[in-house]
Design a protein around this ligand. Structure first.
Ligand code: ARG
Length: 473
């Protein structure tokens, strides 16, 4: 890239701001300064911002209607050139803003030179980037809705599929697969809420803050804010051009969301391993091994598990860039876009892959149920039975059941297959009725407390979630 590294004036003077310079920038100066390879992605927002600005300038009489019409026509032509791939983005023009403005001047001449009145790239980029980030938050929220819908379908299919519930990844109590998936529906709902909150908080329009101090022209900031879908104009010009907390907050929401995705991804990795065998991923979401013909690898799940690295890394990058920056704009802030784009690209990919994996997976009811029987998972049910039916204090019941588990362990049987007389040898008050609570099905069916794992609860929750999602869609 830097073939002529260090050459003074290796490039032509900047046509947009070169007036006070005798020479163009060194090649390396251009390379470190240019952001167009990254920020060209903001072209739609940049054109929208320029349209709104031109219309407002005409409405308040700073430019004529004829000038505004010429500018709008020129911007339309630029849009179609970019869409067709005919637009040449030049690093000599640094960024998307100056590329667009320079091309506008090429196309429409004099009126194009009036567009930058009462505006700076500082408020321009802040506006464009807020609009982009607002859209990214909306996109993430929609993608989360699709993931939730896929989870609900599988929760329905597994509403009474009994699986082991774990603490410490040790078998704890039986739960239903549906209930387990609904836990993620809850997490992803909070993630959606966080994207919504972030988008709402960032929805003040920086345009019109100009370089940092506002402008002497009689601009109408309410008009541009409204045209661009903002709630209103940002109230302090210095804050408007120098805050990037909106992008950091959006990436914080993305980081947390990626963390939730990674937990589900890790469960898929576990569940698809032959040791668990609880679910099978579709061929479309599995990969083979180049050496081991039998392999069926959950690569997408592993990559989803890894995704917080990229996303939280991007967030950390921007937090670190912003730390200690004095007001107002500084070029450091140009580093904001690459990481934010990368974070949301990664999140979009992870959400889509996770949605596909969930949508297509097959539940292996038998393997789940067999695993749920391991580890004396209904021991708490036995203790609860002693409390409820025999009036035994819970702490005492806990001790009795400990001895019953030890007896079952010696015999190598599950609790519901331990002969009654062996239980009675430990506690004489135990009766035949105890077997009604010792199966894994009985255990989950009994967990009817609000938020519990009983299949009836799960079905009600699925219905309630479907209503909520339809309302939000
Ligand atoms: N490309 C710049 C950025 O992304 C636009 C703002 C430049 N402003 C300036 N005063 N140099 O931050």
């Amino acid at each position: 890239m830097n073939d002529d590294e260090g050459d003074k004036g290796a490039h032509a003077k900047n046509q947009m701001w070169g007036g006070r310079f005798a020479e163009g920038p060194a090649a390396v100066m251009r390379d470190i300064n240019a952001s167009v390879d990254v920020d060209r992605r903001l072209w739609r927002q940049d054109l929208a911002g320029s349209r709104a600005h031109a219309q407002m300038l005409a409405a308040v009489g700073v430019i004529t209607d004829a000038d505004a019409a010429a500018i709008l026509a020129g911007l339309d032509q630029i849009a179609s050139e970019i869409e067709k791939g005919d637009f040449h983005f030049s690093a000599d023009l640094e960024d998307v803003h100056m590329n667009v403005e320079a091309r506008l001047i090429d196309i429409v001449g004099e009126p194009g030179r009036r567009l930058h009145t009462a505006r700076s790239r500082n408020d321009q980029v802040a506006t464009d980037f807020r609009m982009w980030t607002r859209g990214a938050c909306a996109g993430a929220a929609d993608a989360l809705g699709a993931l939730q819908a896929a989870l609900l379908d599988q929760a329905d299919a597994g509403a009474d599929a009994v699986m082991p519930g774990y603490t410490h990844l040790q078998v704890a109590q039986p739960v239903t697969f549906g209930h387990h998936l609904l836990a993620y529906v809850e997490m992803f709902a909070r993630d959606r809420g966080r994207f919504g909150d972030a988008a709402a908080r960032m929805n003040d329009c920086p345009l019109g803050a100009a370089a940092l101090a506002g402008t002497s022209f009689p601009i109408d900031r309410d008009m541009t804010a409204k045209a661009l879908g903002f709630d209103g104009p940002a109230r302090n010009s210095l804050d408007a051009v120098s805050s990037r907390d909106f992008a950091i907050e959006a990436m914080m929401a993305a980081s947390l969301c990626a963390t939730h995705i990674s937990r589900l991804a890790e469960e898929l990795v576990l569940w698809t391993s032959p040791h668990f065998g609880f679910v099978t991923l579709s061929d479309a979401f599995s990969t083979g091994s180049s050496i081991m013909p039998q392999k069926r690898n959950p690569d997408a799940a592993e990559l989803c598990r890894a995704m917080p690295g990229r996303i939280a890394g991007a967030m950390t990058t921007l937090l670190t860039v912003m730390k200690g920056l004095p007001l107002a704009y500084a070029k450091d802030m140009q580093e904001d876009k690459a990481v934010t784009f990368a974070a949301f690209d990664a999140l979009e990919l992870a959400l889509a892959a996770m949605t596909g994996m969930i949508r297509d997976l097959t539940i292996n009811h038998g393997a789940m149920r067999a695993a749920a029987e391991l580890g004396y998972s209904t021991a708490t049910d036995l203790a609860d039975w002693l409390v409820r039916v025999r009036g035994t204090p819970f702490r005492k019941a806990h001790e009795i059941v400990g001895a019953v588990v030890a007896a079952a362990e010696r015999r190598g049987v599950t609790l519901d297959r331990l002969p009654l007389d062996e239980m009675q040898a430990i506690d004489a008050s135990i009766t035949e009725d105890v077997f009604s609570v010792l199966s894994v099905e009985a255990s989950v069916a009994s967990r009817t407390s609000f938020g519990g794992t009983a299949p009836d609860n799960v079905r009600k929750e699925i219905a309630a979630w479907r209503d909520r999602l339809n309302g939000e869609a």
